[in-house]
Design a protein around this ligand. Structure first.
Ligand code: C2E
Ligand code: MG
Ligand code: MG
Length: 708
């Protein structure tokens, strides 16, 4: 060890922080060494004899005492004895001449810890002081370790986070107060147990697997976990686990620190809820509405589906608020929300935009006009009074409607336009709805008028059946007739079926109308049978909506029975597009119908897309060539070819073929030449009322059959 190094070792690092008492009667030595030591120690007191030194010791309790032995008044050894009596652990270093052997022995008796020979070599002095001070350092460390332990214990107990310590075998060693507060288990209850007693069952095995993997690999894991309290309640906690290893690097403990985050989670959810919902009605608020509508528009654009926005504002709600109070008003708003929800279907979006303004978004509309039906349904929903605080109150609403994409392609634009429509509704006397586009108002109006009128038409017997004869092309005789509906409208006169049948189909009103047609056709045909024309078959057109009716066979049987008509004389006309759509299902229905022993024909044949394989399997009796082919049959070779093909096809399948819309002798001649079986058309007779048809029968009208 070089001197420099040694000096460095004791000089800088070692004595710092130590307080020293240096006693020496030789002024030169004392002053020189004092200067030297003062620079290297924490604090230094000097004394010139034992008496003074003892005094200073009492006063300042220095860590280490360095003293000469031979001094006046009180020598160093006596002083050392006194000091040791006060605190035996205070190290005393003596400086002494080499030959003072006796004194040295006395010094040992006095409990002296170290000695340094005179003349003093500073290096040796420092080393002696340093070595003697070991006990001071140790004492200090013990004190600081005790303090740390005390602090740690306090932190452990006082922590608001739950702390659980387990041993290497994952048995609980200890747990703190917060652990008990959070889990409900006292420390005694869990000591020695496995922490799995807290398992909620919410986490999969893979979750724990990953946790252990991380602990083993990184000595650390943290994350969110659901645990179970002693009372069975599940709660989320934020958990941090650290592995503790001993000196040998083996795992000795796991320290788990966790906090109950159920309140935080609840708060977060509540905040998220409040950001998107109206707390009064629980409906989505404007923010969520805009967001959802935006999304809806995007998906509707892809699917090319219309979307309707109905903006609803309560009429004179301000009066309610002012006269009955805000609490009452709030309750009413809640009930309005409930009623709105109950009126529209589940998929429809209902939101409260604020105040007494609500919005309904209809995305599964089909026809845009259906928005009017829903708007009316909502207004009807307001017809019965609300009951708030056992008090009945009636309120109406005004609705403005805008349609996507016609009235705008952004939530803002649609809302703005719905709003202006809503003001229109308010101005026109409230309790009504308006569309943003004027033409919508008109067409909806006529549609609704028409629907209303149809209801009345059935009740008031405004529907009539006309009959158009069907003639056999070989014998020329009338073999049957097609029943065609007419509407004798009180103001509009005769309304052709194409103007109301599609509407009736859309609204479902075709069901009662269709049933009426069946009954009336059967009744009238039975009359003709009774009058002696018992071979006549009546053909009735069946709509697709009726065809899907589950009790169709009952309805048909009921109609025939009520009239007393043999079902063999009833023919049902089904359009080609109807039967070819969903053919597999159709076959089943056709078989059911056929089992009633009635006749089936395919109407408008040639206009749809027939599959030959299906046609073969359909239990039908007749094909009806559509009038569009007959119209130009004399001039257009293609139409002639199609008609010929249909006749050939029908015959090859064992079916009869009838041509409809035959207006001229030339058309008849061509059909005759091509072996068509029957014809129907203006050439022979227009559809006529029952009485006129009876006349035809009585006259014995026959078809002029062309010569071959
Ligand atoms: P459809 O079943 O194809 O009926 C034939 C249509 O052709 C009838 O029109 C008939 O008046 C018309 N017609 C007959 N002969 C001629 C002719 O020589 N030339 C021309 N240009 N037309 C002729 P209508 O009565 O206007 O009926 C139209 C459609 O309405 C019917 O087509 C049928 O699909 C439907 N329809 C009529 N009555 C009923 C009904 O009671 N129920 C159902 N579901 N639909 C019906
Ligand atoms: Mg028809
Ligand atoms: Mg037809």
């Amino acid at each position: 060890m070089t001197e420099e190094n040694a000096t460095h070792k004791y000089d800088v690092a070692s004595l710092k922080g130590l307080t020293l008492l240096y006693v020496e009667d030789d002024d030169d030595i004392r002053e020189e060494l004092a200067r030297y030591l003062r620079r290297r120690s924490g604090n230094l007191w000097t004394a010139v004899n034992g008496q003074e030194g003892l005094e200073l010791f009492r006063q300042h309790r220095p860590d280490v005492v360095v003293t000469d032995i031979m001094m006046p008044v009180m020598d160093g050894l006596r002083m050392a004895v006194e000091i040791k009596a006060i605190d035996y652990d205070t190290p005393v270093v003596v400086t002494t001449a080499f030959n003072d052997y006796d004194l040295l022995l006395k010094a040992i008796d006095a409990g002296i810890d170290k000695y340094v020979l005179k003349p003093i070599d500073v290096e040796s002095l420092l080393e002696a002081i340093y070595k003697a001070a070991q006990i001071v350092f140790q004492r200090r460390e013990i004190v600081s370790r005790d303090e740390k332990l005390h602090l740690a214990a306090t932190v452990f107990e006082a922590s608001s986070e739950g702390i659980m310590i387990t041993d290497a075998g994952n048995n609980i060693v200890t747990a703190n107060r917060a652990f008990t507060e959070i889990t409900g288990y006292a420390e005694e209850e869990v000591r020695g147990k496995n922490p799995s007693l807290l398992n909620s069952g919410r986490q999969e095995r893979e979750f724990y697997h990953a946790m252990w993997e991380s602990l083993n690999r990184h000595g650390h894991w943290q994350g969110e976990i659901w645990n179970r309290r002693k009372n069975g309640e599940l709660y989320p906690e934020w958990l941090v686990i650290n592995v503790v290893r001993n000196g040998g690097g083996e795992i000795s403990h796991y320290i788990a620190v966790f906090s109950d985050i159920s309140q935080r989670k609840y708060d977060e959810e509540r905040i998220a809820y409040l950001a998107h919902y109206d707390p009064l009605t629980d409906l989505p608020n404007r923010v969520l509405f805009q967001d959802q509508l935006g999304r809806l528009l995007a998906s509707s654009q892809r699917q090319e589906k219309p979307v309707a926005i109905l903006l609803l504002d309560l009429d004179r709600f301000k009066n309610v608020n002012e006269s009955l109070g805000h609490v009452f008003g709030d309750q009413l708003l809640q009930q309005v929300a409930q009623r709105l929800r109950s009126v529209v279907s589940e998929e429809d979006l209902v939101a409260r935009l604020g105040g007494d303004e609500y919005v309904v978004v209809l995305s599964d509309l089909g026809e845009a006009q259906n928005a009017a039906l829903v708007a009316q349904k909502i207004l009807d929903g307001f017809a019965s009074p609300f009951s708030v605080d056992a008090q009945e109150i009636s309120i109406t609403a005004s609705i403005g409607a805008s349609l996507y994409p016609d009235d705008g392609d952004s939530p803002d634009a649609l809302l703005k336009n719905a709003e202006s429509a809503m003001y229109g509704a308010k101005q026109s006397g409230r309790n009504s709805y308006r569309f943003y586009t004027q033409s919508m108002n008109a067409s909806v109006l006529s549609l609704l008028k028409m629907e209303n009128a149809m209801h009345h038409a059935l009740e008031r017997g405004e529907f009539r059946l006309h009959y158009q004869p069907q003639a056999d092309i070989v014998t020329g005789r009338i073999i049957g007739m097609e029943a065609l509906i007419r509407w004798q409208h009180p103001e509009r006169g005769m309304v052709p079926p194409m103007e109301f049948i599609p509407l009736a189909e859309e609204s479902g009103f075709i069901i009662p109308i269709g049933e009426w047609v069946l009954r009336e056709a059967c009744r009238q045909t039975k009359l003709w049978h009774d009058a002696g024309y018992s071979d006549l078959c009546v053909a009735v057109n069946l709509s697709a909506v009726q065809f899907k009716q589950s009790n169709l066979t009952d309805v048909i049987q009921g109609a025939a029975e009520a009239a007393g008509l043999d079902l063999r004389c009833l023919e049902l006309e089904l359009t080609e597009s109807l039967v070819m759509h969903n053919a597999e299902d159709v076959i089943k229905t056709l078989q059911q119908l056929k089992s009633l022993n009635l006749q089936l024909s395919i109407d408008d044949f040639g206009t749809g897309y027939s599959s030959m394989s299906y046609l073969k399997r359909f239990p039908v009796d007749k094909l009806k060539i559509d009038k569009s082919f007959i119209r130009d049959i004399s001039d257009d070779p293609a139409d002639l070819a199609i008609s010929q093909a249909i006749i050939a096809l029908g015959h090859s399948l064992g079916l009869r073929v009838i041509a409809e819309g035959v207006e001229t002798a030339a058309q008849l001649a061509l059909l005759h030449a091509n072996r068509c079986d029957e014809i129907q058309g203006y050439y022979f007779s227009k559809p006529v009322e029952a009485a006129a048809f009876t006349k035809l029968l009585e006259e014995g009208r026959t078809l002029d059959i062309p010569k071959d």
